[in-house]
Design a binder for this molecule. Structure first.
Ligand SMILES: Cc1cc2nc3c(=O)[nH]c(=O)nc-3n(C[C@H](O)[C@H](O)[C@H](O)COP(=O)(O)OP(=O)(O)OC[C@H]3O[C@@H](n4cnc5c(N)ncnc54)[C@H](O)[C@@H]3O)c2cc1C
Length: 365
């Protein structure tokens, strides 16, 4: 016999609660009313890099702020962490279209701490109830976003390569099944969350603007203490910043061609990047890998030497303005994708370029 005492329990169906349209699947927390009309606008986590006077906004955050305005008729909110020095970023943040900026100035959160950042952003989301939350798919963003989604019990589409608005709903596009499919995903709950790859949206024009800044007080506790912090960098350069990329693939059979490519890149003011094959061979560091599991780049010119043009590689170069392919196989898929194709030996062309540019000064284009 059931001990149902009438009306309010959800553990059996005798009182009719199974018909409750608001009832959520077991284990799912009801955070706020999904069908409410107030969930609106876009919240962007504004990631910062550097310290003190060198503090700057991550490019991907600027890109997301630029995109947010086009994705919503509602408000654009920003949340940023850090001390007094963050105020120098306000004009730029407002210039990118933020109406209201929540500045978290907790001393304990001046240094990135995933649990603390997540709990704090969750408390903010509960207050402002945005329809959409966007976070850059950087290493920190990829760590932070799932924590927020899990605390809220909402869905997260990770590593998006496109976003389009359908009213308050956002259609989130991302590669699926190893990049063989491109999936359009909609989240059934609010807030709908996405991490978005750097370079997916163009960098908005830098303007100075005004808006409202609110200091956000975080009252939650932090369960961990940082004993020390060390930043390890391979080099200060990032292939995502390069205007010209000399990119190398498995077709360059001779490792010494990397030096030739570096020499060419220096002369044209570019950088050397690569396909995953060369990273797997241990010839190039992962920070130089372009593609789905590497970096998304958007150079003015991308020259692919001995790269077949697999879909996972192409996923990283969709923002490139001009793609030039140098591949000895006329049937290589990269030729269908390239603006200019050379059916030629990668080594011959690289050495010829290096010879032709002899005498050119570094950085000259
Ligand atoms: C989940 C997943 C994620 C992945 N992520 C990435 C990623 O982020 N980035 C990435 O690059 N790959 C990625 N890959 C791997 C991808 O599928 C391909 O295997 C890889 O891109 C192939 O690299 P490649 O073009 O250098 O080599 P290959 O496919 O072996 O192509 C070499 C090319 O060089 C040409 N060639 C040979 N000799 C010469 C010569 N002398 N001169 C000129 N051309 C020559 C050949 O015709 C060939 O087209 C991923 C795969 C999976 C499953």
């Amino acid at each position: 016999m059931s001990d149902c005492s009438g009306g309010s329990c959800s553990s059996c169906s005798s009182c009719g609660s199974s018909d409750d349209p608001d009832r959520l699947p077991p284990g799912m927390l009801k955070v706020y009313d999904l069908n409410q009309s107030t969930a609106d606008g876009v919240l962007v986590w504004i990631e910062t890099e550097g310290f003190g006077e060198d503090l700057r906004m991550a490019d991907v955050s600027a890109e997301l702020l630029g995109a947010a305005r086009g994705l919503s008729d509602g408000r654009v909110f920003g949340v940023v962490f850090g001390g007094q020095e963050v105020k120098a970023l306000y004009p730029r943040i407002f210039g990118y279209g933020v109406d209201t900026l929540y500045h978290v100035r907790e001393r304990d959160l001046e240094v990135y701490r995933p649990e603390g950042y997540a709990s704090c952003i969750v408390s903010l989301i509960k207050r402002i109830e945005p329809a959409t939350v966007l976070i850059g798919a950087t290493s920190r963003g990829r760590e932070l976003a799932p924590r927020i989604a899990s605390e809220l019990g909402t869905g997260l589409t990770a590593d998006c390569t496109g976003l389009t608005a359908d009213g308050r709903r956002i259609v989130m596009t991302r590669p699926a099944f190893g990049g063989n499919l491109v999936a359009d995903i909609e989240c059934l709950r609010f807030p709908q969350m996405a991490t978005v790859r750097p370079g997916t949206f163009p960098m908005p024009e830098a303007r100075d603007g005004t808006g409202t800044a609110i200091y956000w007080q975080f009252s939650g506790g932090l369960s961990k203490e940082i004993m020390f912090e060390e930043t390890v960098t391979e080099s200060g350069e990032d292939i995502r910043d390069a205007r010209i990329l000399i990119s190398l693939g498995d077709g360059i059979r001779d490792r010494s061609l990397i030096d030739v490519a570096e020499s060419v890149a220096r002369k044209v003011g570019g950088m050397v990047s690569c396909s995953r094959s060369l990273v797997e061979k241990g010839w190039m560091p992962r920070s130089r890998q372009v593609g789905m599991s590497g970096r998304t780049v958007a150079p003015e010119v991308y020259i692919a030497f001995g790269i077949s043009g697999a879909v996972q590689h192409r996923a990283g170069i969709s923002g490139a303005h001009k793609v030039i392919a140098v591949n000895s196989d006329p049937d290589a898929p990269i030729h269908h994708y390239a603006d200019l194709s050379l059916i030629a030996d990668a080594g011959d062309i690289l050495r010829e370029m290096d010879r032709a540019l002899r005498g050119s000064r570094s950085g000259k284009q």
